[in-house]
Write a protein that binds this ligand. Structure first.
Ligand SMILES: Cc1cc2nc3c(=O)[nH]c(=O)nc-3n(C[C@H](O)[C@H](O)[C@H](O)COP(=O)(O)OP(=O)(O)OC[C@H]3O[C@@H](n4cnc5c(N)ncnc54)[C@H](O)[C@@H]3O)c2cc1C
Length: 329
């Protein structure tokens, strides 16, 4: 077990973490970016990105490599296969980031960029056809399905909103929902019911995702009341049955919205002084690569100002008003 003293620790090396690491490096601060796997985050699960400005068409893997190389060039110390178990504030006002192997990184500031995880259906074919028909992001992948027949799984706001959105591209969108009514708000539901391109298949679950060669062709679905099974032809399946922000590592109470996303002020600082959050882990309107790196830029620059004020013995600047609304848990 070893203890390391740093200015700032960033947790996660997705787009947000690598961008934060780059700015921390440029600011000549002593920092590390701790990543449990390889750098890239969700980029590594994304086939092609077409909406990152300046890149009309880039493979997720290639963009991850570019981010990683750029961050390293400016001195980011990204440590892969370093899983964070806990981050906690201690009595002297600094943080301890505790690793799986017991190592501790001590720092007065921490940036959490641990992202989130879409809840999976966990049916055969889901992993095999990920990026080949299976998607968890309509904004990201909708445009690949122009004129196609596709399906959406889920019954909450995300499923209904995204099904409506996907009809901009798809000729037909089935919503497959395991219950006989939606959980989505009435307004969102009314858009679905008014949309002639959407057909809802109630009381039905997906048992398997099936394809030919490398592309999905249909799903095997089952009515939960009658047990009747059938094949539903669709070249895409968008799964919106939940998304869990990776916030379990934070010890102690931190303000979050009703879905568990971290609420920050305009400087990306959470309700815990010195603990910043950026990217998909943060409560905000949308979750994209552009927003992740934007958040991270703000967070890293805010950390620099926070540390300067602290070193000079000045009171840290007052927190900015909280931006997001939502239930505090
Ligand atoms: C299938 C799919 C397709 C997408 N397509 C697009 C697209 O086309 N365009 C677009 O703009 N956006 C797209 N997105 C969204 C985009 O990928 C995310 O908004 C972006 O990756 C968020 O970056 P992030 O750094 O906040 O989080 P992530 O990318 O989720 O990175 C978080 C990192 O933190 C690490 N981590 C988590 N917990 C720990 C821990 N305890 N210890 C150490 N490390 C930890 C993870 O391993 C991960 O590497 C897509 C998302 C998905 C799922």
């Amino acid at each position: 077990m070893a203890t390391h003293e740093l200015d700032v620790v960033t947790i996660g090396a997705g787009p947000a973490g690598m961008c934060a690491g780059m700015y921390v490096g440029r600011a000549m601060l002593k920092g590390v970016v701790l990543e449990q796997g390889l750098p890239g985050g969700e980029l590594l699960n994304t086939e092609v990105i077409e909406d990152y400005i300046g890149f009309e068409h880039v493979l997720g893997y290639d963009l991850a490599e570019k981010f990683s190389a750029h961050a390293a060039k400016f001195g980011a110390d990204v440590r892969t296969y370093h899983r964070v178990e806990k981050v906690r504030k201690i009595d002297d006002g600094t943080f301890e980031t505790v690793m799986e192997n017991g190592d501790i990184f001590k720092s007065p500031a921490v940036i959490v960029t641990a992202g989130g995880t879409p809840v999976k259906l966990e049916v055969p074919g889901e992993i095999e056809y990920a990026g080949k028909g299976v998607s968890y992001c309509a904004i990201c992948d909708g445009a690949f399905f122009k004129g196609h027949t596709i399906m959406v799984v889920g019954g909450g706001d995300a499923a209904c909103e995204e099904a409506d959105f996907l009809t901009r591209y798809a000729a037909k969108v089935y919503i497959v929902h395991r219950k006989g009514e939606f959980r989505a708000s009435k307004l969102v539901q009314s858009r679905v019911f008014k949309n002639p391109k959407i057909e809802v298949i109630w009381d039905t679950v997906v048992d398997a995702i099936v394809g030919a060669d490398t592309l999905m062709t249909h799903a095997k679905i089952r009515n939960v009341n009658t047990g009747e099974t059938r094949d539903l032809t669709a070249t895409g399946i968008f799964i919106f049955i939940g998304f869990k922000p990776n916030t379990g590592i934070i010890e102690g109470h931190v303000q979050h919205d009703a879905s568990g996303y971290l609420i920050t002020d305009a400087n990306m600082e959470t309700s815990i002084r010195g603990l910043f959050a950026a990217g998909d882990v943060r409560a905000q309107l949308t979750r994209q690569v552009t927003t992740a790196v934007g958040d991270a830029t703000t967070a890293a620059i805010a950390v620099e100002k926070f540390l300067t004020a602290r070193k000079n013995g000045n009171p840290a600047p007052a927190p900015m008003p909280m931006l997001a609304r939502g239930g505090e848990g």
